[in-house]
Design a protein around this ligand. Structure first.
Ligand code: FAD
Length: 317
């Protein structure tokens, strides 16, 4: 078995999400290579070469400057075919989820999404993945010879560089795909924040609809004090109290920090689907019957507008 890990880049470095896809490959226990796509991708390729891969394959071209799935997918599919890779793995980020189904279609491969575990039984892979909005786990096998999988960053600890340097090889690019010609990169408007990314934060302070217009005023000081990322329920985002990129849950980000504060969040199953894997959950809610208390390790039944400032005062001591 031979695994191809698709790297995700931020500027000219590997994103932490790539480290989780590498851990998936290491857990399978088969040789793996890493494919780095971009324009001027040398630095990322050198970084990828420190994780014990058989090879680092580099598709470096001006046409790959921006991560457009329509341009990346044909390259990934060609590299997977040429190298006889059995498994193509991406992290289930918006980047990975954009590319993976296109690659699967081009390869005629089955696609298993949002993998949270893998078992290798003499070459037969069984994937663990959430079903029923994260309320249960199912186990599946992909029957096609080539398999495409997306893995949850929150379930595979980031791989550490293992030293050494894998050989780095440039790959030939396929002829321009007609689908790519219809797509043009216009601009990227990335939210700028001094805070850690939700997917990588050790502590997340998350707020719900209860915070209303005072969302940032109440939560930011706590998040600043803890060096935490800020998250939000969908209701808080839909109401405009928090920006949409902060949404945690079934239709938002899936997170698993060491510590998750759910403040004024009821604990609807769609929210739990995105944060239930957190190591420690602290809930602050004035309703003792709120479902969030069923998953909380620590619960405080109190008005959040009193509790949060008190917590900040205590933490400062
Ligand atoms: P509410 O349900 O209004 O709860 C507010 C909570 O705050 C209550 O428990 C209340 O007791 C408490 N409260 C009020 N005032 C105070 C106070 N002063 N002090 C302390 N506590 C107080 N939701 C997500 O979060 N993420 C998703 O990804 C998501 N995806 C969805 C997908 C689908 C298809 C659907 C149908 C729904 C989805 N939802 C999602 C919405 C979800 O069902 C809930 O509606 C939402 O999570 C509720 O957000 P909330 O807990 O902030 O608001």
């Amino acid at each position: 078995m031979n695994i191809l890990v698709i790297a995700e880049l931020h500027e000219d470095s590997l994103r932490k999400s790539t480290h989780s896809a590498i851990t998936f490959a290491k857990n399978v226990g088969a040789p793996f290579s890493i494919l780095v796509l971009g324009s001027g991708a040398d630095k990322a390729a050198q970084e990828a070469a420190t994780f014990g891969a058989q090879k680092v394959l580099v598709a470096d071209d001006a046409s790959l400057k921006d991560p457009l799935a329509e341009r990346y997918a044909p390259v990934v599919a060609q590299v997977a075919k040429a190298g006889n890779f059995d498994v193509v793995v991406v992290t289930a980020s918006s980047y990975g989820k954009d590319i993976a189904p296109r690659v699967a279609a081009k390869l005629g491969a089955g696609y298993a999404t949002d993998i949270s575990g893998v078992k290798n039984d003499g070459g037969k892979l069984t994937f663990k993945r959430p079903v029923y909005a994260g309320n249960a786990f199912g186990y599946c096998e992909v029957q096609t010879p080539v398999k495409v999988v997306s893995v949850r960053q929150s379930e595979f600890a980031a791989a550490e560089p293992s030293g050494g340097a894998s050989p780095v090889e440039k790959v030939a690019l396929p002829a321009a795909d007609p689908a790519a010609a219809r797509v043009e990169f216009v601009s990227l408007e990335a939210a700028k924040s001094e805070r850690p990314d939700l997917g990588e934060a050790k502590v997340i302070v998350s707020g719900g609809r209860a915070l209303k217009e005072r969302f940032a005023e109440v939560l930011d000081p706590l998040a600043n004090l803890l060096g935490a990322a800020v998250g939000a329920s969908r209701a808080a985002c839909d109401a405009g109290y928090a920006p949409p990129e902060l949404q945690v849950g079934q239709t938002g980000r899936v997170v698993a920090p060491q510590l998750y504060f759910a403040i004024g969040i009821s604990g609807a199953i769609q929210h739990l689907a995105g944060m239930k894997g957190s190591k420690n959950i602290v809930a602050i809610n004035k309703d003792p019957e709120a479902p969030i208390f069923q998953v909380a390790d620590y619960g405080l039944v109190q008005d959040l507008f009193t509790a949060v400032p008190e917590l900040i005062t205590e933490l400062k001591k």
